[in-house]
Design a protein around this ligand. Structure first.
Ligand SMILES: NC(=O)c1ccc[n+]([C@@H]2O[C@H](COP(=O)([O-])OP(=O)(O)OC[C@H]3O[C@@H](n4cnc5c(N)ncnc54)[C@H](O)[C@@H]3O)[C@@H](O)[C@H]2O)c1
Length: 293
């Protein structure tokens, strides 16, 4: 799979396009408008320039990477791709509209891969023709893509095993470590991580310990790089709430149910780092202060 089309040049799409081009693939990255495209590609180039300044990338590699990247605001330009990686907004209608058009545009051998975090691959796959459905998978990258090694390769109950094997090989070829999982909401990482984050909030609600002490306990007791509240502030409380609701809807199990405190914090606009306040107040980012409840 040498020719790759990446749909969306936002946070994830720009990172995916970058790692594919850095690994020598020919990449067409597609956005909805020229304006958003140049914004996304500008961010990508700025990131590469920073790596050069820090001595992590040679100027020659940066130039080669950029020469392999082509931008477009037309979905038709995905026509020649062997692999299409979709990283557009997390909205099923939007994704399915795009997939049904893409199915007409791309050749019969092209593989479609979604980077969705919370939607089911099967729900998107059915927007395409029966032949394509066997060539439809999930490829779930992690943020920031150039840094995070993991890719969850997701198969549906009808995915051709050969397509999965190709996606695994492709992921290794771009320097990632693939793991394989079936199409269940949350895949591996979020299925285990989201209940852990929600449970920490429940422990706080029940008065087990303070925000600072729960964070310190999990950092020092388990060797985690950060505690659950610092992590939830990073991910975003709104995103965590959104994913928890989707997982609860799928499994109907209490461990996925968003606790009332999370819901209220989201309603009150305490979305974590990005909004300046979550479980900590980031007015002084070097010295975050825990929320007093
Ligand atoms: N943010 C994360 O940490 C993360 C991690 C893993 C997976 N994801 C998944 O990746 C996908 C993208 O997330 P993001 O955080 O990069 O979002 P984002 O909002 O930063 O980027 C999405 C981009 O897609 C573009 N877009 C929308 N409709 C399009 C279309 N029809 N064709 C082409 N481009 C279109 C938007 O203009 C936007 O620039 C989502 O499915 C999300 O669930 C996100």
């Amino acid at each position: 799979m040498e020719k790759v089309a990446v749909l969306g040049c936002g946070l994830m799409g720009s990172g995916i396009a970058q790692v594919c081009a850095q690994a020598g693939r020919d990449v067409t990255v597609i956005e909805v408008s020229e304006e958003l495209l140049s914004k996304g590609l500008g961010r990508l180039e700025a990131g590469l320039n920073k790596s050069v300044e820090r001595g992590k990338l040679s100027a020659e590699s940066r130039d080669q990477t950029l020469s392999r990247l082509h931008g477009s605001a037309k979905l038709e330009d995905a026509a020649g791709a062997d692999l299409v990686i979709e990283a557009i907004v997390e909205n099923l209608d939007e994704k399915n509209k795009t997939y049904s058009r893409l199915d007409q545009i791309c050749g019969p051998a092209a593989v479609f891969a979604s980077n969705t975090s919370s939607l089911s691959i099967t729900q998107m796959m059915i927007a395409t023709s029966p032949e394509r459905q066997r060539r439809f998978i999930g490829m779930h990258f992690f943020n920031p893509v150039p840094v995070m090694k993991l890719v969850e390769v997701v198969r549906t109950i009808i995915t051709d095993p050969e397509v999965c094997a190709k996606a695994v090989e492709f992921s290794r070829g771009i320097g990632k470590v693939p793991v394989q999982t079936s199409d269940r909401t949350g895949f591996i990482v979020n299925r285990l991580l989201v209940p852990y984050m929600l449970d920490a909030i429940r422990a706080l609600e029940e008065g087990v310990a303070s925000i600072v002490d729960i964070d310190a306990a999990m950092k020092l007791g388990c060797g985690y790089p950060m505690g659950p509240f610092t992590l939830t502030d990073f991910v975003g409380l709104d995103t965590t709430y959104y994913i928890a609701n989707i997982m609860f809807d799928e499994f109907r199990e209490k461990r996925f149910a968003p606790p009332p405190l999370l819901k209220r914090m989201v309603m009150a606009g305490l979305h974590g780092r990005k909004s300046g306040r979550g479980f900590y107040d980031y007015q002084d980012p070097e010295n975050p202060k825990p929320l007093s409840l």
